[in-house]
Design a protein around this ligand. Structure first.
Ligand code: ADP
Ligand code: MG
Length: 478
């Protein structure tokens, strides 16, 4: 049987506000437990929540960026459940009237084609506290610092058809919220996490299969693995004559398996109702215009500009716009290099990203700054060094030997472009290799590379390759 996989993601992005969504307590990460939960976050009697306008602004910004409808009127509701990390006994969220509805985002597939993923809604809600199971013998600690931190829950349509597509979509949202500066994207700290809803159906069947929900996955690799292993499990269950049960499951990355956590709760289990302590959120046109004016160039627009104006390949443009920081780095390097976009793209996507990857660094931690890389590229363009020597220069800059000019000077890497200096070397090589010369002249064209290699060796790679080619051809063919 041929199976089709169906996936919808619910992504939780922590909004980068300074204070919480309904109180003035700080949202800074890493403070001593329970030092950043005020009376409102604790749900003490008599307190009232006050909505943080910044959170609304950020949600609206997201809505505009995904071409969604930003609701002129949205409503906060109470989602009731009991859990030790939820002091009020309910979470303030949005149910019937979310702040953002019906958007979409384009993702790139592995074969280079694109696909549009529908975004059903994005709503504002508060985060819960954290249970700490490891630190106390036979007891669980509760840290309420996170209680009340603003979240944007972004719910996709069930539009993805493979684990790879799900990861591509998650990465796109991850990049977008950082472009918009509404979320720091830090997955280790839990600022960006996702629930994956997964089902399978026989290829060609119209109705969706029964789904399970994989909870709280906080890495791209785990999302991919969790979905893959869950798909396998569901297919096994069905092929053995069983039925997939709708439930919430947990992915165990150590064992690479998913385990049942609890049966799926229905919306009515939560007894949702409008929060009587909060007014409906009314957004006026002027506010939206103000938010619109703060929108940066979005990744998709940037990519299009890189392709159309800088003549980059769609692939390079995609890589270079994956994060705003990387795109900024690239553009600065191009500027420094005097506009050589293609050359800069090759170096950034190749040498630089390779080195960063190997060292486990982010672009922000690169020992070679955009100015330094651009400065080096300028020396390739003006023929001071060849592309090959540039690799040595790059490595030296990476290791802290200074900028390109300093390295070229200190290591004596200046390219020999003086024909008068190259010619005698070529003459000598021709004189010393009469056998090869005869074979070459007799039609063995492949030997040309041998001569180029000899000249490069004799000049320690410093001869201008183009010039070597020309001079060699002249002399060998004469
Ligand atoms: P709930 O609120 O109960 O979690 P929703 O209907 O809001 O359920 O859907 C949650 C997520 O599950 C959405 O991202 C949606 O696209 C996805 N989803 C719904 N049905 C399926 C299905 N059959 N297979 C995979 N994903 C699904
Ligand atoms: Mg859900």
């Amino acid at each position: 049987m041929n199976w089709e996989v169906v996936i919808g993601l619910e992504i939780h992005a922590q909004l980068a506000t300074k204070s919480k969504i309904f109180s003035g307590a700080s949202t800074a990460y890493g403070a001593e437990p329970n030092t950043q939960a005020c009376a409102v976050d604790l749900g003490l009697p008599g307190v009232l929540p006050v909505l943080n306008k910044e959170a609304v602004r950020m949600a609206a910004k997201f809505g505009l960026a995904i071409g969604a409808r930003v609701s002129r009127r949205s409503v906060f509701a109470r989602k009731n459940y009991f859990y030790p990390d939820l002091p009020k006994g309910y979470q303030i969220s949005q149910m019937d009237l979310p702040i953002v509805e019906a958007g979409h985002l384009e993702i790139e597939l592995e074969d280079g084609s694109t696909k549009t993923i529908g975004i059903t809604r994005a709503h504002l809600e508060e985060d819960a506290g954290k249970s700490m199971h490891g630190d106390f013998h036979g007891m669980t600690g509760i840290d309420l610092n996170r209680a009340g931190t603003p979240l944007l829950e972004i719910v996709s349509e069930p539009d993805m058809r493979s684990a790879k597509e799900a990861v591509a979509y998650m990465k796109k949202i991850h990049s977008l919220v950082q472009y918009l500066e509404i979320c720091d994207g830090n997955m280790q700290e839990g600022s960006f996490r996702c629930d994956a809803n997964v089902s399978v159906r026989p290829k060609g069947q119209k109705e969706f299969g029964t789904r399970t929900e994989l909870k709280n996955i906080n890495s791209f690799r785990f999302v991919e693995k969790a979905i893959e292993i869950e798909v396998e499990r569901q297919i096994d269950v069905i092929e053995a004559g069983g039925k997939v049960v709708q439930e919430t499951r947990l992915y165990d990355s150590d064992k690479n398996e998913t385990r049942s956590m609890r049966s799926k709760e229905e919306a009515n289990d939560y007894r949702y109702f409008p929060d009587p302590d909060l007014l409906p959120v009314v957004i006026e046109e002027a506010f939206l215009d103000e938010v619109k004016a703060t929108l940066p160039e979005l990744p998709g627009e940037k990519k299009r500009r890189f392709v159309e104006e800088l003549s980059l390949s769609s692939y390079d443009a995609e890589v270079l716009t994956a994060s705003r920081e990387l795109a900024n780095y690239f553009e600065l390097a191009v500027h420094e290099a005097g506009g050589e976009a293609k050359l800069a793209a090759n170096w950034v996507t190749g040498e630089l990203l390779g080195a960063l990857n190997k060292a486990g660094h982010d672009i922000g931690e690169s020992p070679v700054s955009a100015q330094m890389l651009g400065g080096m590229l300028k020396r390739i363009v003006d023929n001071t060094i060849s592309g090959k020597i540039a690799k040595e220069v790059f490595e030296a800059m990476w290791n802290g030997e200074g900028d390109a000019d300093a390295v070229i000077e200190a290591r004596g890497l200046k390219q020999i472009t003086d024909a008068g200096a190259i010619e005698p070397i070529i003459d000598e090589i021709i004189a010393n290799n009469p056998g090869q010369v005869e074979q070459y002249r007799g039609g063995k064209d492949k030997l040309f590379g041998f001569f180029v290699g000899q000249v490069m060796k004799a000049t320690q790679g410093k001869a201008n390759p183009q010039q070597v080619n020309e001079l060699l051809r002249q002399k060998l063919n004469s």
